[in-house]
Design a protein around this ligand. Structure first.
Ligand code: GLN
Length: 280
């Protein structure tokens, strides 16, 4: 079978299984199988596909038909200015989180040297994007997931920022190392009972550890705020991603820990998503 026919057949299977962009996804999976970009597919549509490649392609189509996100099948996701390696142990980078980067870049436009801590680094997409934009900044990332730290490390090498990054496997409560000019975090903030109402493929395929914010959705946010108030330098900034309905509660938690609220910022879907504050 040639490449083009395999893509068409793959797309048909995806369509029958109500996958949103069947032809595009089929192309992306084919590109992954033969390790080429999508442009190659267009120019080589008549090239014969080896059996082993066809089998691999059909396996990926089956997995995609069952709803597995394309990022987990290709092990990559574009975010901000770079392509990141992801695995099913990391949350897939969301465009909504890019507001955290925008805010940090705005806050640090005239800074020469900064020490940044990210609590819950995941794939590394947020901190590493910042380190790539600001060549003289240093980063520390912590996570309780060793798999996430491994992926962050690979991404740091890929983005050529690994010499400026330290990684620690640690629970937020237990981490006591250093003082930071800037702290960022996108902690799990979904209310436990609401996990089942997320897009079904988020719940089914993405790590609960990165989503589950406990009974009221704030259990990890509380720990992150408390720890940040200890690890941040005076006048340091804290940039936190939150759930769309958590603004008021989080503001009061922040104030209690001695933070001044600078701004609440909306994501691309116009939901409150990111709080910028300063330790006073
Ligand atoms: N924004 C993510 C989602 O809605 C949740 C991320 C998080 O809990 N930090 O799927």
């Amino acid at each position: 079978m040639n490449i083009n026919l395999a893509i068409i057949k793959g797309a048909k299977v995806l369509k029958e299984n109500f996958i949103n962009n069947p032809y595009l996804d089929s192309e992306i999976l084919m590109a992954k199988v033969i390790n080429k970009d999508r442009k190659y597919l267009l120019l080589n549509s008549n090239v014969h596909l080896e059996n082993k490649d066809l089998n691999f392609f059909q396996k990926l189509i089956t997995k995609r038909s069952l709803g597995k996100p394309i990022a987990y099948l290709t092990n990559k996701k574009f975010f901000w200015n770079s392509e990141f390696i992801v695995s099913d142990k990391t949350l897939i980078p969301r465009p909504d989180s890019e507001i955290v980067i925008e805010k940090v870049l705005h806050l640090t436009a005239y800074k020469k040297k900064l020490n940044i801590l990210e609590i819950g680094i995941g794939s590394g997409c947020i901190l590493l994007s910042i380190l790539k934009e600001r060549k003289s900044f240093y980063g520390t990332g912590i996570d309780i997931s060793k798999s996430c730290l491994n992926i962050s490390k690979l991404n740091a090498i890929k983005l050529e920022v690994s010499s400026k990054l330290k990684l620690y496997k640690s629970n937020v409560d237990k981490f006591t190392l250093g003082k930071y000019d800037l702290i960022i975090s996108n902690p799990p903030y979904i209310k436990n009972i609401n996990l089942k109402y997320l897009d079904k493929n988020v719940t089914k395929f993405e790590p609960k550890l990165a989503l589950d914010g406990g009974l009221d959705g704030l259990s990890e946010i509380r720990k992150v705020i408390k720890k940040s108030s200890e690890l941040i330098k005076k006048n340091g900034n804290f940039v936190l991603e939150i759930g769309f309905d958590q603004k008021n509660k989080v503001i009061s938690l922040l104030k209690k820990e001695g933070f001044y609220i600078n701004s609440i910022n909306k994501d691309l879907a116009n939901n409150d998503r990111c709080i910028v504050c300063t330790k006073i």
